[in-house]
Write a protein that binds this ligand. Structure first.
Ligand SMILES: Nc1ncnc2c1ncn2[C@@H]1O[C@H](COP(=O)(O)OP(=O)(O)O)[C@@H](O)[C@H]1O
Ligand SMILES: [Mg+2]
Length: 239
């Protein structure tokens, strides 16, 4: 069964002339990591924001775990989707400590349980010693781990990450990539991340290739490398 099922999605911004996303279809299984890869401007962030419930598409159907999130009659808002999001700039609150940043999303729990869960996810991302620090006292990689911990804390059904490695030093990227994969697999998360960098495919179970708002090819990384559909896919893969 497809855990995430997106069908015939069309989207344009109010001021855009053409459709930004054109007839997007893809599925993802539970516990898998899906990479959405494409050139800058191909619509990756827009697609992620629609999955999160931050933008409303003109047409299309989105089901998660057989629940309808979007169709002609229904639109489940962001706060009811059980989705965690890690933004490109991490979007940590600068005036809050690491602990308070993670606690922020746990306002539905009572204080004791919220604190317990905060310590648990900070342990998961190996950042427990940094609990009293502030974001500006942390490196890019450490900030990213806090953003991830904050997104994982409420046990979301899905976690969405926008260009999770693009703000990190090149020599850190490989290490953080493998760490992220280990954390997602340990917590059994279903994850979708977007990227423009072929190196990020390393940690993906499945890949969706986007070109100017259209899905060009989907498959496992191995399938796509073995049989790239066109010149654009080859270009994205650097082959
Ligand atoms: N808020 C917005 N209003 C109008 N157009 C937008 C807005 N955000 C993005 N776009 C346009 O939508 C297209 C896709 O953008 P985006 O989803 O950010 O692509 P990517 O993340 O792949 O770089 C681009 O042409 C961009 O200029
Ligand atoms: Mg983007």
């Amino acid at each position: 069964m497809n855990y995430i099922d997106l069908k015939n999605l069309f989207f344009k911004y109010r001021n855009s002339v053409e459709d930004i996303l054109k007839n997007i279809n893809f599925t993802a299984n539970k516990g898998e990591i899906t990479a959405i890869i494409g050139e800058s401007g191909s619509g990756k962030s827009t697609l992620l924001r629609i999955l999160a419930g931050l933008e409303i598409p003109q047409a299309g159907e989105l089901k998660v775990n057989n629940k309808i999130f979007i169709d002609d009659e229904n639109f489940i808002p962001v706060e009811k989707r059980g989705i965690g999001m890690v933004f490109q700039d991490y979007a940590l609150f600068p005036h809050l400590s690491v602990e308070k940043n993670v606690l922020f999303g746990l306002n539905k729990l009572e204080k004791k349980s919220a604190e317990k869960r905060t310590h648990e996810v900070l342990d998961l991302v190996s950042m427990k010693e940094f609990i009293k620090r502030y974001p500006h006292e942390l490196s890019g990689g450490q900030q990213q781990r806090i953003a991830l911990a904050r997104a994982l804390a409420p046990n979301p059904e899905i976690i969405l990450l926008d260009e999770p490695f693009s703000n990190l030093d090149a020599n850190l990227q490989g290490k953080i990539r493998n760490e992220l994969k280990a954390i997602l697999k340990t917590s059994g998360e279903t994850a979708i991340f977007v990227s423009h960098d072929k190196d990020d495919l390393e940690i993906a179970d499945r890949v969706v290739i986007l070109d100017r708002g259209e899905v060009i090819q989907t498959g496992t990384p191995a399938e796509i490398f073995r049989n790239p559909k066109n010149e654009y896919v080859r270009h994205i893969l650097g082959i």
